[in-house]
Design a binder for this molecule. Sequence first.
Ligand code: SAH
Ligand code: SF4
Ligand code: F3S
Length: 470
Amino acid sequence: MRIPDFNEARTRDKREYKRLDFELDKDVLGKYSGKKYFIKTYGCQMNEHDSEVIGALLEKLGFEAVDDYLKADLVILNTCSIRENAHNKAFGMLGRLKHLRNEKKDLIIGLCGCMAQEASVVEEILRDYKFVNFVFGTHNMHELPKILDRAIEENQQQIEVYSREGDLYEGLPVVRTNNYKAYVNIIYGCDKFCTYCIVPYTRGRERSREKEDILREVDELIKDGYKEITLLGQNVNAYGKDLYDDYNLGNLLEDIAKKDIPRVRFMTSHPWDFTDKMIEVIGKYPNIMPSVHLPVQSGSSKILKLMGRRYTRESYLELFHKIKSTVKDVAISTDIIVGFPGETEEDFLETLSLVEECKYDNAFTFIFSERVGTPACKLKDNTTLKEKEERLQRLNEVVNKYFLENNNKLLGKVLNVMVEGTSEKKDMYYGYSETNKLINFTSPKELKPGDLVDVEITEAKTWSLDGKVK
Ligand code: SAH
Ligand code: SF4
Ligand code: F3S
């Protein structure tokens, strides 16, 4: 048994790690043939991509995917710790699984992801969720086959979570959810330690993948017919800093853009370290999508300082306008937290005025959620939940106003859209524009997911656009 500890997780040193090739233990290959699995994924794209790897590992063991947890012999919850409600959802699901286990004695239940990295969660599982068969963390996904096999063979709960990142494994299998768009990890972990955020504790130190490994993966995806690639990291701007003196995200984006791939995206960019080279490259290559997620969190420099964000309102706005003026028709989206400890009405009004200035194309807005173990927990909270909820509502009214205003500007324009599928009513297709806008549209000819088509915009709504292929 191995229980994680945040005191260890927060340490950052230049300890060497190795780049190793993953090899599956031959003894377990196909051992569980005929058994069915279901993975429930919470949280960010990184977790979604991890689930694609977990699924592939299970398939090597012989498991087959099913689309309903009630039909599965093995259910894995890939969890997220970012806010309290993510926690609550996973525990709610565990409650349902407990009932299911009473009816289905052989059901195997596993938990992984960011919540597994929290000692308090693991202790709760040891105490109140004894029916969970195994827990593994974000640093040892490659050990899943061994841990799962032991949980079944020994019929005993396995808790194997490392506090800190270990070696970096290449060559893990992956079953992709899609056959036209794919996620590619470029950097793991986060060293920014924003004071409210749990990610640096659950995902460890920043570690870049070697550029050759990334470029090889991209080449394989292109060969397999993929049309869109999203480069993933909690902070992609830090790419390369731990490995190279003169190769960074700007270089990587450029090397990928030169390949025969119609769409390249990247997520997420911290405003810190967003270099001029990056802006130049994004503006230069038409296949790098003009869509930048640039989380601001707050419009008040005082709150940004308390958040440990490393930029001020002024320097954020300077960067924002530089991107807007360099990258043609770029859409910028953001994340905002309200009710951070110490946020006064004046601070909040500064956030509203920043939103009025930036007129974001999209924004994810949150109420501050206290995460045990992070520095923000020690700050004195000065607003009630009711005040926070009111601020969130006022903020949402303003962001929504600009979503609609921006969408209205697209009326009559022709946008290139990647088809995702048909809408529920089946009479319309839906897909995403280069700027990541959701478009519902009709087409005289039949289309399939992954097709790229030009759509004329006929109607603008707050969260989507309607259009037609001519
Ligand atoms: N690495 C990304 C953010 C990943 S988390 C970045 O720094 O840009 C996604 C978003 O969740 C954050 O941008 C933030 O707005 C929100 N978030 C993170 N921790 C939170 C907390 N404790 N309470 C509320 N929102 C939080
Ligand atoms: Fe969290 Fe900040 Fe890292 Fe983003 S940059 S993951 S908000 S610590
Ligand atoms: Fe959640 Fe972990 Fe992602 S906390 S947002 S799943 S990195």
